[in-house]
Write a protein that binds this ligand. Structure first.
Ligand code: NAP
Length: 334
């Protein structure tokens, strides 16, 4: 048996408890990884409360991206050997001591990188490179507004925006978060208030975004926040701008469609998991690009806190409370 941080009933992070599950076994073409580190993402907040788009059968362990060591190799696997350092993403189960993967879905952890850092790369940066490139058609010299810019995908958007030659404006809810966004290379950072906003506050925020986007408006908005932040951001788009819908921790917004007519602009949905399933080759090419940028030091997951396995729920609680900066990681195995 192996240990896992389990959700047995729908609820917040305090409902998670360490329990036991049967050891996974590597089938043909699969490997079992001894998990060393698991990075936390907002979907972990949602899935344990039954608020995510998929509902795994209970008990399950949350956790969508890990790094660890190959512990068992299934029939026909030639690419990996027991002891190899690997990283991968998964729908679920990252907060378990052992996890089964399709062998070809894993990546080698580059020399000199820690398990903690490696666990925190794939989900946020792969989402964001897909968003900016495929959905956003980002071009050098464009102006990009990133909401929630100190979050996991937010910081990835700041770094990748800079790597693609954009002028990046980050927007966050506190000065401490602004510090992290400046350190990640944003050209400007704006600190916004906490929603909800009345009409006047919404207009005032739109005016601040427009000032940061002057004279022509933003070419791109990257929005992993939603709620009352969305409409002011949409109002700051320029002619033929693209608004990237990434997530909704602040709530699912409704947008007045007349705004899209006035700017001839687009609102574009981003769903990386579905993209990766439909276009595995394109996703692989993006990930190869991310490894290059990581190697060149142009992107780097910013792990700000590491939690012991037994306190993994606290990492999810910090994210749910809007207190996390960059990536939170749980150390699973010794
Ligand atoms: N579309 C896709 O394919 C895809 C893939 C991965 C993730 N996502 C989504 O992207 C979003 C961000 O994920 P993440 O892992 O980067 O999360 P995160 O690190 O927690 O970032 C989310 C940011 O949202 C802001 N926020 C505003 N209101 C909030 C609230 N009530 N509670 C918590 N945060 C709030 C916070 O920034 P401020 O305090 O600065 O406002 C926070 O930093 C999530 O909705 C996630 O599901 C989507």
């Amino acid at each position: 048996m192996m240990r896992a941080l389990l959700s047995r009933v729908p609820g917040g992070p305090d409902t998670l408890e360490i329990g036991e599950l049967p050891d996974p076994v590597a089938g043909p073409g699969e490997v079992v990884v001894a998990v060393k580190a698991c990075a936390i993402n907002y979907p972990d907040v949602l899935v344990i409360e039954d608020r995510y788009q998929m509902r795994p059968p209970r008990p399950f362990a949350p956790g969508g991206e890990i790094a660890g060591v190959v512990a068992e190799v299934g029939e026909g696997v030639t690419r990996w050997q027991v002891g190899d350092r690997v990283m991968g993403n998964t729908m679920m189960g990252g907060l378990s001591e052992r996890l089964r993967f399709v062998a070809d879905s894993l990546h080698a952890v580059p020399l000199g990188r820690s398990f903690e850092e490696a666990s925190a790369l794939l989900l946020t940066y792969a989402t964001t490179i897909h968003a900016l490139v495929d959905r956003g058609a980002i071009a050098a010299g464009e102006r990009l507004l990133v909401l929630g810019a100190a979050g996991g995908v937010g910081l990835a958007a700041v770094e990748l925006g800079k790597a693609f030659g954009a002028y990046v404006v980050g927007a966050v809810s506190s000065e401490a978060k602004a510090v992290a966004v400046r350190a990640a290379g944003a050209d400007e950072v704006l600190v916004y208030d906490r929603a909800p906003f009345d009409k006047e506050q919404s207009k005032a925020l739109a005016d601040r975004f427009k000032t940061a986007a002057a004279p022509n408006g933003f070419d791109l908005v990257y929005d992993p926040v939603g709620g009352d932040y969305a409409e002011p951001a949409l109002r700051s788009l320029g002619w033929e701008g693209r608004y990237l819908v990434v997530g909704f921790p602040a709530g699912i917004p409704r947008l007045p469609l007349n705004l899209t007519l006035l700017k001839s602009c687009d609102v574009r949905g981003v769903f990386w998991g579905a993209f990766a399933a439909r276009h595995p080759e394109r996703n692989r090419a993006h990930i190869a690009h991310l490894f290059e940028l990581w190697g060149e030091g142009r992107i780097a997951p910013r792990v700000t806190e590491v939690f012991p396995f037994e306190r993994g729920g606290e990492a999810i609680a910090r994210m749910a409370a809007r207190e996390s900066v960059g990536k939170l990681v749980v150390r699973v195995g010794a």
